[in-house]
Write a protein that binds this ligand. Structure first.
Ligand code: GLY
Length: 420
């Protein structure tokens, strides 16, 4: 039996730890720093790499890294130097997410379908280019921006104000020192996530996120307001194309660059006229996608994460998935993705619904109370025999949970119903 250390504090980390704790090979699951819903929390922040390594060493842990920031800092490289077992990509591999410019140049070099783009660090040149461009544009900060560094524009005014926000006002700090102006592809967006050991990549179940804050995909982008799995937006034929033209080309291209990509490779894809285009890569599981995807896993996740880290995924059988659908509704605090209140008491968490589970994100425990402590607070995730029943199971659970400033979208999964 081994111990597992899950690094991070979101719904993704809660659900990964929840699933790993079900493995007969896993003894204790620790979370660093975890949240109000996780147990065995260690008060070490996700970016304190040396302290995390000392804890993993003392407690004989296999470490699973959830979020992008410690991956971009090189947590996997540091743990490996110390001979500690760790799951996730190295700093070099995580560049696919930590620099959007690096990722776009990589896609161009290896013929991975993506939208045409230009890179800028001077506002004047960016604005001149935008004025002369015949495309609708998307403005992207180069670095990590918690899912908020992509601004999809509808007019020249919006492009100009996004350029100014990033390059002049430094809304995203150094992450916006360089920006990408990319042609906007208007299609259907979905999430395609695979698990790789650097040689092969095994597809995870398909899913679709809801990135905008308001119903009907309106308002600013967030880290994700809800997700469901599987999605019929990605047909079997499209899945084959994404696997071959995006995922496998990426793993092979990375190898050619001398980089072994071990970990979850997440391609945000836009589908237009039955052709998939890579919008961006993440070098980790998506959140909230991780919650419905993991709920549907009918295999021992621990075995697969260890095999990814060890480079021998091909020794494992094809993973099996529950036939049911799963839906995750993100319950947030009003004001997110801008400013929002914290410290409000949450009630109704003792759900009696067998098919639903509440994964915590921005929560903390104080005495025997659970308080809000972040923008995205909970991921209420439910299974159902159909997408409709998973939606109604998830909403009936969410309706029982209360705090003063709660906010959630009322249409999670609805766009998937249109494809049934
Ligand atoms: N749900 C999008 C992300 O994890 O980046």
């Amino acid at each position: 039996m081994v111990n597992v250390l899950v690094v991070g504090s979101g719904g993704r980390e809660h659900v990964l730890g929840w699933k790993l704790s079900q493995s007969p090979k896993v003894d204790k699951v620790y979370y660093a720093p975890g949240n109000g819903g996780t147990e065995n929390n260690i008060p070490i922040a996700a970016d304190k790499i040396d302290e995390l390594a000392n804890f993993a060493l003392k407690n004989d842990c296999f470490t699973v890294v959830g979020p992008e920031a410690p991956l971009a800092m090189g947590i996997v490289d540091e743990f490996s130097k110390k001979n500690l077992k760790v799951f996730g990509p190295t700093k070099a591999a995580a560049q696919l997410e930590s620099s959007k410019i690096w990722a776009k140049d990589f896609m161009k070099k290896y013929g991975i379908p993506t939208a045409p783009f230009e890179v800028f660090d001077e506002p004047k040149k960016a604005i001149e280019y935008a004025k002369s461009s015949k495309h609708n544009l998307v403005v992207k900060a180069d670095g990590l921006a918690a899912g908020k560094g992509v601004i999809v524009c509808n007019s020249h005014e919006e492009v100009a104000s996004a350029i100014e926000a990033m390059l002049v006002k430094k809304t995203f700090g150094d992450a916006g020192n360089k920006i990408i102006l990319e042609a906007r592809i208007d299609g259907i967006e979905a999430s395609y996530i695979a698990l790789s050991d650097g040689n092969i990549a095994i597809p995870m179940a398909t899913s679709q996120d809801h990135k905008r804050i308001y119903d009907g995909d309106k308002g600013p982008n967030t880290g994700g307001m809800g997700a469901y799995s599987p999605t019929l937006v990605i047909t079997e034929k499209l899945a084959e194309k994404i696997q071959k033209n995006i995922i496998e080309k990426t793993i092979l291209g990375m190898k050619k660059e001398g980089i072994t990509f071990c970990g979850f490779l997440y391609a945000g894809v836009m589908i237009k006229d039955d052709e998939p285009y890579a919008l961006e890569f993440n070098a980790r599981m998506g959140d909230p996608e991780c919650q419905p995807i993991t709920m549907r896993m009918d295999f021992d996740l621990y075995d697969y994460l260890v095999a990814s880290a060890n480079g021998n995924l091909s020794s494992l059988p094809k993973p099996l998935w529950k036939k049911q659908s799963a839906v995750c509704i993100v319950m947030a605090s009003k004001g997110y993705p801008e400013a929002y209140p914290k410290g409000e008491e949450i009630t109704g968490l003792d759900l009696k619904q067998k098919d639903a589970f509440v994964f915590h994100a921005g929560t903390k425990k104080e005495g025997n109370k659970i308080l809000t402590n972040g923008g995205r607070v909970l991921g209420v995730t439910a299974l159902g025999d159909t997408l409709s029943s998973a939606i109604s199971n998830a909403y009936s659970a969410a309706e029982k949970i209360h705090w003063q400033s709660k906010y959630y979208r009322k249409d999670i999964g609805k766009k998937g119903l249109a494809f049934l």
